[in-house]
Design a protein around this ligand. Structure first.
Ligand code: 9MR
Length: 380
């Protein structure tokens, strides 16, 4: 399936290049995004390497954010639902499902011929109260099984890859004490992947987490992959979320994790890439995390615009990461940005609400940024 997508992309690329050649490129019309139509888009430029994805939100799914949708159509060939498939949104009660937005998400992906990701089946966060408040292991196992069968089963053959389990590890590589782990132990992981494989036999199945560059957490993720393999189960890839900043993590740490996951035989994906450009209160020496930083100018330094020097720093950091991804493109099958444009980014509201952040490749008007140019330039 994935090969087929690559093949289709390559054909598209050859056609596009052929047309460009015939038309004569000098008078190329400008697109809304500012790029020339005969320039390669991100998806086209990286078609031989890996998918280029974006997380999309509700206004985009329902067609309200038209500028973002134009960029999505042209620049990306994979999508992830930022929020609409989370448990509390899709199954708020044991017997109630709200399929509308998730259905619209998959329809959009099919209309635009995207590699469609499902996010996420089992996660301690954004789970409804009836899950978090369960105290009976059998009841919880049944809830989890019904949820995976219903959701993964509904989109079987349409969703290409599922984040089956999300963020199940602590930073030291041990298992997070989620309600699932507390009541069911490690077996819940084995069960989740067995059920997902049955419900969506054609979808790739992933483990997804943040800070997977961290050596201790890396060990935990490798343990999960091996646990599944030892149980005769399928795990197709490890998703490194990639919520990074301008200084950390070190590229070498990220590379060591790519190599460790690839060595297990799993594909590697960057599933939620963004680079925060704002200060983090937890990085400040002696900062009181309970202090309220909302509205603080010190913590929101670029509210009126980004200085060129910082824009260039972001671009260089993106280029460093994409160089690394290209170096490991045999293992890496997808790089997904956590949003189409800066306006949409969760980082405007985390860890402090209401800031102006610049973490993605397109600006608030969905125009390509210096970082976009830097990423494209690696393929020219
Ligand atoms: O970007 C998402 C934000 O809009 C939601 O409020 C939040 C809680 O559901 O989740 C954010 O996305 C998270 C993703 O699902 C899992 N990894 C971390 C992402 C950023 O918090």
């Amino acid at each position: 399936m994935q090969l087929l997508h690559y093949f289709r992309n390559s054909i598209f690329l050859i056609l596009a290049l052929g047309l460009a050649g015939c038309a004569g490129t000098n008078s190329a019309p400008e697109t809304e995004a500012g790029a020339s139509e005969t320039d390669l888009s991100l998806a086209e430029a990286y078609a031989g390497n890996f998918y280029i994805g974006a997380a999309i939100n509700a206004p985009q799914i329902i067609g309200q954010d038209t500028a973002a949708l134009r960029v999505l159509a042209r620049e990306f060939n994979s999508i992830t639902p930022e929020n609409v498939m989370k448990w509390e949104n899709i199954q708020p009660g044991p017997d109630s499902f709200t399929w509308e937005m998730a259905d619209a998400y998959v329809d959009l992906g099919e209309q635009q011929d995207k590699w469609i990701i499902g996010h996420t089946l089992v996660w301690h966060s954004q789970a409804p109260a009836y899950i978090n408040e369960t105290t009976d292991p059998d009841q919880l196992r049944t809830y989890m099984e019904e949820h995976i069968r219903a959701v993964a089963g509904r989109y079987a053959g349409r969703i290409d890859g599922w984040d089956v389990l999300n963020e199940a590890l602590n930073e030291d590589g041990s298992y997070r004490e989620s309600v699932f782990y507390k009541l069911l132990g490690e077996q819940y992981i084995v069960d989740a992947y067995r059920i997902a494989a049955e419900a969506a036999p054609d979808a790739e199945l992933y483990y997804n987490d943040y800070n997977l560059n961290n050596p201790e957490k890396r060990t935990g993720a490798v343990r999960i992959v091996n646990l599944l393999k030892e149980n005769g189960l399928r795990i197709d890839g490890v998703g490194m979320q990639g919520h990074y900043n301008l200084n950390g993590p070190p590229i070498e740490e990220v590379e060591a994790s790519i190599e460790a996951y690839a060595a297990t035989g799993a594909k590697v994906m960057f599933t939620e890439l963004d680079l925060t450009t704002l200060p983090n209160p937890w990085d400040l020496q002696g900062a009181d995390v309970n202090q309220n930083f909302e509205g603080s100018e010190k913590m929101n330094p670029y509210a009126a615009g980004l200085p060129d020097s910082v824009s260039t720093k972001i671009a260089e950091r993106y280029a460093d990461f994409f160089n690394l991804f290209l170096k490991h493109d045999e293992a890496i099958t997808r790089v997904t940005l956590w949003g189409v444009n800066d306006a949409q980014s969760w980082l405007n509201n985390w860890p402090i609400r209401g800031r102006t952040n610049y973490p993605l490749l397109f600006d608030r008007d969905s125009a390509p940024k210096e970082a976009y140019d830097a990423v494209i330039a690696l393929k020219q």
